[in-house]
Design a protein around this ligand. Structure first.
Ligand code: HH2
Length: 295
């Protein structure tokens, strides 16, 4: 029986459970990152075995992740693509293992419809389309499974995307390109309420000229009416702003997550779930108090 709340993916409950807490509809979703890769820019190689990745996912669930995002291909600037066979071998056993051992909805972070389909068949309920609908079959796969679809904005390919990306008004262009993809997804049968938009910080964006306006004017993406997710966690523009190396970017990541929530983001993608949970819960409470007005 599909979950009637459109932005809450449903999944048959597994047992025993981890992280099975009541979720309010207004709660800001924290998407905990489980990278099963040797080369991701922050956690590459830290939990590259199936068992380590499952243990990490269970830990993030205990720390308050609402969704777990399993990925088998790094999309950091300059990265080379992995074969479909390799990607499947990395992510599918982790999805299967997490589906059996926790109730937190699972997301597959992929560019490929074939990988998304296999993950949905093994218990995932969300497709994090990291390259948008570059593979157009992603939309029909989501529609067929009743899955939630996160459309991430990416200009170019990871190998080359940071070579002088050019925009006129970056915020308007990102919004319009995402809206065009959302319309495609709806035509393919994905329910409007199951589509999320993500400005894709760091994906074909110049460090400060593009990423900062996307965060500063996030309200323009929120105003589309689609729920918005933001992934700033430990990204290099935070290093450019602060001089901090990747291992020291947690405070900057929390500041960016807080700013995103105050601007209306409904979700954030994070490596550091416990800390991010606390930051976004505080930001969400402040945002809600604004709506209530003077006591
Ligand atoms: N960022 C990364 C990967 N997937 N998906 C969405 N929706 N939004 C993002 O901002 C986003 C994403 C990159 O981060 P990470 O997975 O930690 O690194 P890598 O690509 O090196 O594995």
């Amino acid at each position: 029986m599909p979950d009637p709340r459109p932005d809450t993916p449903s999944r048959a409950p597994g047992a025993p459970s981890a992280g099975a807490r009541p979720r309010s509809q207004t709660r800001v979703r924290v998407l905990g990152i489980v990278n099963v890769t040797p080369d991701s820019f922050w956690d590459g190689g830290r939990h590259a075995s199936v068992e380590d990745a499952i243990a990490h996912g269970l830990l993030l669930a205990e720390q308050g992740a609402d969704w777990l995002d399993v990925g088998g291909e790094s999309t950091r600037p300059g990265s080379a693509p992995v074969s479909e066979e390799e990607e499947r071998a990395r992510v599918l056993p982790v999805i299967e293992g997490l589906a059996k051992r926790c109730e937190v909805p699972l997301s597959i972070d992929t560019r490929r419809a074939s990988v998304a389909e296999a993950a949905l068949a093994r218990g995932a309920g969300i497709v994090n389309a990291v390259a948008g609908l570059r593979d157009p079959a992603l939309a029909s796969v989501c529609a067929a499974h009743g899955a939630t679809l996160i459309l991430n904005h990416m200009r170019g390919e990871p190998a080359t995307m940071q070579r002088a990306p050019v925009y006129g008004d970056v915020v308007r262009e990102v919004r319009d390109e995402l809206l065009a993809e959302a319309a495609c997804a709806e035509r393919a049968g994905v329910a409007r309420g199951r589509i999320w938009l993500d400005p894709g910080l760091g994906f074909g964006k110049h460090s400060l000229d593009h990423n900062l306006p996307l965060l500063a004017r996030l309200e323009e993406l929120v105003a589309t009416g689609y729920p918005v997710l933001v992934g700033a966690s430990r990204k290099s523009f935070l290093g450019r702003l602060t001089g901090a190396p990747v291992e020291a970017r947690l405070p900057g990541s929390l500041a960016a997550a807080t700013a995103a929530v105050l601007a209306g983001a409904r979700g954030v993608r994070a490596h550091d779930v416990a800390e991010t949970r606390q930051a976004v819960d505080v930001a969400a409470a402040i945002r809600a108090a604004r709506a209530v007005g003077p006591a």
